[in-house]
Design a binder for this molecule. Structure first.
Ligand code: EPU
Length: 338
């Protein structure tokens, strides 16, 4: 085990925010976690688990021991009559897993193409896009408990998945290192096409029966057209969750703002498009300090170059206040603020 000191986290978070880790250890296997826990000094030190750094806003240097998860590997674990189960190391890039599945002829994850971050981070916030969430394909994951050192496999119910939420953001936050993820790709493959942007692609191309690779290509095109590439412009994807409100609240808001974009949920509640609300408050393209609101999608905050975490926080608060002032809705950030 190698302990790195004074490590710059700037290249390790997708917003490109400056912060230094006092100590950092790369985790390449379950055994690496146990070595850290058995270490006379590091064993009891407070720890921070870092994946692809695409869902974190760093506002300070990290006195905690940073565990950078780099467990690799992609494989088909088993095939059954009704599914193919694939297994991926938590350190693999999520998009590489999706692209690898498509190359193997395995459909099922294509709607989740190009989501930044690692495989291990995907279940933490139950990533989702274009009508599909990670939980819809989830089979199980392996963790090492940072308190007991025990390897534990968790199944769907134990992960408590919700909209951009899981037990790893609550009860198990900072406690479990996710090392491997298993996904169940149902057989026969069926496309998930309900989402408006995909329906538009079908109408544009005249292809009403796209295969998995075509949907993969479409999702990549749609995302590239409206979301910034973190390798070019620092960002963490959607900065706020789409708020969920009661039918009464939704009716109230529609009475005041008839054009608000809203979607009925299966449980009778309504999801409001936070991007639409931020846009309606005039934030698109605006900048505070070195942090700004992306000009093609108001839900995404971007690094205009040289941003620091506190500027991102200031911008996020200003947006929250104006959305609250106009709509009476409190927007909740999606990334973890550290
Ligand atoms: N809209 C505006 N102005 C804007 C942005 C959006 O009017 O500046 C409107 C759009 O026209 C559309 C509605 O708001 O009618 C929703 O926008 P979009 O379809 O782009 O999706 P979103 O709600 O902004 C969510 C996810 C994305 C995911 C897309 C596609 C959340 C917080 N975000 O975005 O996830 O890719 O749907 O499924 O749920 C992420 O989490 O990082 C992410 C990118």
């Amino acid at each position: 085990m190698q302990i790195e000191t004074g490590v710059s986290l700037k290249p390790l978070n997708s917003f490109g925010l400056p912060a230094t880790a006092r100590q950092l250890v790369r985790i390449r296997s379950d055994a690496d976690v146990r070595q850290v826990l058995d270490h006379p000094e590091l064993g009891l030190a407070p720890k921070f688990i870092l994946g692809g750094g695409s869902n974190v806003i760093l506002t300070r240097d990290m006195p905690e021991l940073v565990l950078k998860v780099e467990v690799m590997g992609l494989r088909v674990l088993r095939q059954t009559a009704d599914a193919v189960v694939v297994e991926a190391g938590a350190g693999e890039r999520w998009h590489d897993l999706v692209a690898w599945c498509i190359q193997q002829g395995l459909g099922g994850l294509e709607n989740l193409a190009l989501i930044p971050g690692t495989v291990g981070a995907a279940p933490v916030q139950n990533i989702g896009a274009y009508g599909l969430e990670l939980k819809d394909r989830f089979e199980s994951l392996d963790t090492v408990d940072l308190v007991t050192g025990r390897a534990v496999t968790l199944f769907p119910d134990q992960c408590e998945f919700g909209y951009r939420d899981s037990v790893f953001k609550r009860g198990l936050a900072g406690r479990s290192v996710i090392t491997r993820l298993r996904l169940r790709l149902p057989k026969p493959w069926q496309p998930v096409l309900g989402y408006l942007d995909l329906e538009r692609k079908m109408a544009e191309t005249g292809n009403h029966a796209p295969d998995a690779r075509t949907i993969f290509d479409w999702v990549c095109e749609i995302r590239r057209a409206k979301l910034p590439d973190p390798a070019v412009i620092g960002n963490v994807g959607s900065f706020f969750k789409n708020p969920v409100v009661t039918p009464e609240q939704c009716r109230d808001i529609i009475a005041r703002d008839p054009h608000i974009v809203h979607y009925p949920m299966p449980d009778g509640t309504f999801k409001l498009a936070a991007g639409w609300m931020i846009d309606a408050c005039g934030w698109k393209g605006k900048t505070i300090g070195h942090a700004g609101v992306y000009d093609k999608q108001a839900l995404v905050l971007v690094n205009r170059g040289g941003a620091v975490g506190s500027e991102v926080q200031t911008l996020a608060r200003a947006i929250q206040e104006s959305v609250y002032g106009r709509f009476g809705i409190r927007l909740e950030p999606e990334p973890i603020m550290v």
